[in-house]
Design a protein around this ligand. Structure first.
Ligand code: PRX
Length: 653
C-alpha cells in the first residue's frame, strides 16, 4: 500500500454516529470496553456464562504453553445442546431457528424443537454408522437445512466436522478428506444453482476413488436427480436419519474437544486445516454475534454466506443458534430468478440484520439502486460487511440504498483462524467511518506494527497483529503444529500475525488493507496463488506459471495467470486461445470454478530477479495496467513488453 493510497483513505471525513434509539438500548456500551480493559480474563470468564455447562469452568485462559492455548479447560459442555435443547427447555421450542428459502422458491420454517429433533435423529444415525467422538466427518452440501443438521449432529456426538464448500472440485474434496482422515461423508444428490439442478454426488464418487478409508456416504435427496449409489457404502439420509430415534441424550465433552476443521488457503499449495475447539469458539461466536449486531430476541438475522466458509459456521450456525436467534438461510444466488431476490426475502421475513460481503454490495451497485428501491427494507436496523475491505463508496451505497440512510454499517474484520469477529464497529457506540473496521471488539487486543514488530503511530501503516489470545482462536493446523507456529507466531515474537496489512488513521482507528502474503481475496474467498500455480503446472502443456491477484472493481481481486507453455505448444494464435480455455477449465476441475483465472496470458518468459524469484509485484502492475516500476533488475526487460502486449490482446470480456 503506497502512501498515496493511505492519504486517499485518510481524506475520508464522512462520519455516521449511531442512531439515537439504537445507542439508548445498545448491547455494547462504552462500559463494555472499560470492563474488558480493566480485567481481560474476568471479562472472558463473564462471557462464558452465555453457555450452559455440564461442569462450569474454574479456569479461563491457559497460555503457559504458547502458542497453544486452552480456554475454559476444566469445563465440560455439549455444543449442540447449547445451540438447541436448552432453548427448547427454556420454552422457546416454537421459535423459528431458520426461515429456509430454496432457490426454486420452496420455503421451510424450522423451529428450535424441530431442529433439535432432526439433529437427535442424525446423531443416532451417525452413531449407527459407527461414528464415535473424535472421528472426522466431511460435509459436502448445498445451502440446505440438512447442512446445519449434519454439523450439529457431529457436534452432538463429539465428532469434528469438516465442511467442504459445495463449489469445490472432487480433487479438492479428496485432498481434505485425506488430510484429516475422514471416514464418513455427508452429501446430497445435488443442489439448485442459477435455476437448475447441479449434481454433487458424482464429485464425491470421484473423490472417493482416492480415499479408501471412507466407509460410508450419507446422501440427502434435494433435487431428486438420478444418483448412483454404491452398495454397502452409500446410504440415503431419509432412510438412515428418517428412521432413527428422535431421542438422544447429549454427552458433555471437555471444553477443548475439537469441534471442526475448516480448510483455508495459505501461501503454499497445501490448504491448511484450521482446528477450532468447542467452548472457547462457542463463547466467542455467541458473544460477538450478540455484540457486533446488537442482537435482540426478536431480530431476524441473515448471514448471506455459504455454510462452507467460516462466516457460515460462526454466524449462520454456531453464533445465532447459541444465542437462540431466528435466521434466514437462502440456498441460491442473488439474481435467480431476478435481481431483487435478496430484497424480496428481506421484505417477506422482515429481516432486521443483514450480513454479507462487499463483492455482493458492489454487484448490487452495478445492477442499480432502483432494484432494492422497489422493496420495503424498513425492517433493517444493522448492516454487516465481511470478508474483504469495503471501499467507502460501497459502504455509503449500502448504508444509503439498503439502510435507508440511517442504518449503521459494521465492517467486521476476522479470519477462518480467528473464528470470531476481531475488529468491528459496535453499532450503538461507534461513530462509523466508511471503509474503516475501526477498533478491536471489547476483549480483543490488536495492533499495527512495523517490520521490527514495533507499534506504528497514528497515520501510519504496517502489519496487523493480535497481541493477546482470544477464546475462538485456532488451536493449531490439523496435523501440523510446526506450520501453525511458523505461519502465525514466528513473524513477530509472541503475537499472532494475521497476514494482513493495516493502517491506523489520525484517530488511531484501523483500516484493514488486505493480504501481505501470496494469498488473494476474490469475492471474499481466500485463494492461494501457489495453489493455482500448482494446478496450472499440473497440466501437461504448461511449463511454468505465475499467478497474481489484480485489483477488480467488483470482486476486490481477480486471478490473473501468466503461463509459459511447453515447447511446440500454442504456436498459432488460435491454438493459444484454445489453450487458455483448456487451462481455465483445468483449474476449475482441479480446485473449483471460483478459482478460474479471469485472464490467462501465454508468455514466453516470466520476469525474475537475478536469484530466480518471480517478480509478482511487477506482474500485478501489468495485470492492473499500471505504470511499470523500475525493471532494471529483470534478467531480460524485453519480456515485459511481450507480456504487456499479450495482456492487451488476451483480455476476456
Ligand atoms: O484479508 C482479510 C480478509 O479476509 C481474510 C480472511 O479470509 P477468510 O479466512 O476466508 O475469512 C473470511 C471471513 C471472515 C483476512 O485475512 N478480510 C476479512 N474481513 C475483512 C477482510 N479484509 C478487510 N476488511 C474486512 N472486514
Amino acid at each position: 500500500m503506497s502512501d498515496d493510497a493511505l492519504s486517499n483513505l485518510l481524506h475520508e471525513d464522512r462520519r455516521f454516529p449511531p442512531p439515537a434509539d439504537l445507542a439508548a438500548n445498545a448491547n455494547v456500551t462504552a462500559e463494555t470496553y472499560a470492563a474488558a480493559d480493566a480485567d481481560f480474563e474476568g471479562f472472558w470468564a463473564e462471557q462464558a456464562k452465555r453457555l450452559s455447562w455440564g461442569t462450569e469452568p474454574t479456569k479461563t485462559l491457559d497460555w503457559s504453553n504458547a502458542p497453544f492455548a486452552t480456554w475454559y479447560e476444566d469445563g465440560t459442555l455439549n455444543a449442540a445442546y447449547n445451540c438447541l435443547d436448552r432453548h427448547v427447555e427454556a420454552g422457546n421450542g416454537d421459535k423459528v431457528a431458520f426461515h429456509f428459502v430454496g432457490e426454486p422458491g420452496d420455503t421451510r420454517d424450522i423451529t428450535y424443537a424441530e431442529l433439535t429433533k432432526e439433529v437427535c435423529q442424525a446423531a443416532n444415525a451417525l452413531t449407527d454408522l459407527g461414528v464415535e467422538a473424535g472421528d472426522r466427518v466431511a460435509i459436502y452440501l448445498p445451502m440446505i437445512p440438512e447442512a446445519v443438521v449434519a454439523m450439529l449432529a457431529c457436534a452432538r456426538i463429539g465428532a469434528p466436522h469438516t465442511v467442504v464448500f459445495g463449489g469445490f472440485s472432487a480433487d479438492a474434496l479428496a485432498t481434505r478428506i485425506k488430510d484429516c482422515g475422514v471416514e464418513v461423508v455427508i452429501t446430497a444428490d445435488g443442489g439448485y444453482r442459477r435455476g437448475s439442478a447441479a449434481a454433487l454426488k458424482p464429485a464425491v464418487d470421484e473423490a472417493l476413488t482416492e480415499c479408501p478409508d471412507v466407509n460410508h456416504v450419507l446422501v440427502i435427496k434435494r433435487t431428486e436427480q438420478e444418483t448412483a449409489m454404491t452398495e454397502g457404502r452409500d446410504v440415503w439420509w431419509h432412510d438412515a436419519v428418517g428412521n432413527a430415534s428422535p431421542e438422544h441424550t447429549p454427552q458433555n465433552f471437555p471444553a477443548e474437544q475439537p469441534l471442526y476443521i475448516m480448510y483455508t488457503s495459505g501461501s503454499t499449495g497445501q490448504p491448511k486445516g484450521i482446528l477450532h475447539t468447542t467452548a472457547g469458539y462457542l463463547v466467542g461466536c455467541a458473544y460477538t454475534h450478540w455484540a457486533a449486531f446488537d442482537l435482540k430476541d426478536d431480530d431476524v438475522f441473515w448471514t448471506a454466506a455459504d455454510i462452507g466458509w467460516v462466516t457460515g459456521h460462526s454466524y449462520l450456525v454456531y453464533g445465532p443458534l447459541a444465542n437462540g436467534a431466528t435466521s434466514v438461510m437462502y440456498e441460491g444466488t442473488p439474481d435467480t430468478p431476478h435481481k431483487g431476490r435478496w430484497w424480496e426475502i428481506i421484505e417477506k421475513y422482515k429481516v432486521t440484520i443483514l450480513y454479507c460481503a462487499p463483492t455482493a454490495i458492489r454487484t448490487f451497485m452495478k445492477w442499480g439502486a432502483d432494484i432494492p428501491a422497489k422493496f420495503d427494507l424498513s425492517s433493517l436496523r444493522v448492516l454487516g460487511s465481511v470478508g474483504e475491505p469495503i471501499n467507502p463508496e460501497a459502504y455509503v451505497w449500502y448504508r444509503t440504498n439498503i439502510g435507508g440512510d440511517k442504518v449503521p454499517v459494521v465492517d467486521t474484520w476476522w479470519q477462518t483462524e480467528t473464528g470470531m469477529h476481531m475488529i468491528s464497529p459496535m453499532p450503538g457506540v461507534t461513530e462509523g467511518k466508511p471503509g474503516a473496521a475501526m477498533k478491536a471488539v471489547p476483549g480483543v487486543v490488536v495492533d499495527v506494527v512495523n517490520d521490527e514488530g514495533k507499534p506504528v503511530g497514528n497515520g501510519h501503516g504496517g502489519y496487523l497483529v493480535v497481541t493477546k489470545p482470544w477464546p475462538a482462536m485456532l488451536r493449531t493446523i490439523w496435523g501440523d503444529d510446526q506450520r501453525f507456529k511458523d505461519t502465525y507466531w514466528s513473524r513477530f515474537e509472541g503475537v499472532y500475525f494475521a497476514g494482513d496489512g493495516a493502517k491506523k488513521d489520525e484517530d488511531g482507528d484501523i483500516w484493514v488493507l488486505g493480504r501481505v502474503d501470496d494469498v488473494m481475496n476474490v469475492s471474499g474467498h481466500r485463494m492461494s496463488t501457489t495453489e493455482i500455480e500448482s494446478a496450472l503446472v499440473s497440466h501437461e502443456r504448461v511449463a511454468e506459471a505465475a499467478v497474481v491477484g489484480a485489483t477488480d472493481e467488483t470482486t476486490g481481486q481477480a486471478i490473473v495467470a501468466f503461463v509459459i507453455l511447453r515447447a511446440g505448444e500454442g504456436e498459432t494464435a488460435d491454438d493459444a486461445e484454445t489453450i487458455v480455455q483448456t487451462l481455465r477449465n483445468h483449474v476449475a476441475k482441479e480446485i473449483s470454478p471460483i478459482a478460474k483465472p479471469r485472464q490467462i496470458m501465454v508468455v514466453e518468459e516470466l520476469p525474475k530477479t537475478r536469484s530466480g524469484k518471480i517478480m509478482r509485484r511487477l506482474l500485478r502492475d501489468i495485470a492492473e495496467n499500471r505504470e511499470l516500476g523500475d525493471v532494471t533488475t529483470l534478467q531480460d526487460s524485453s519480456v515485459m513488453n511481450l507480456i504487456k502486449d499479450n495482456l492487451e490482446s488476451s483480455k476476456e470480456d
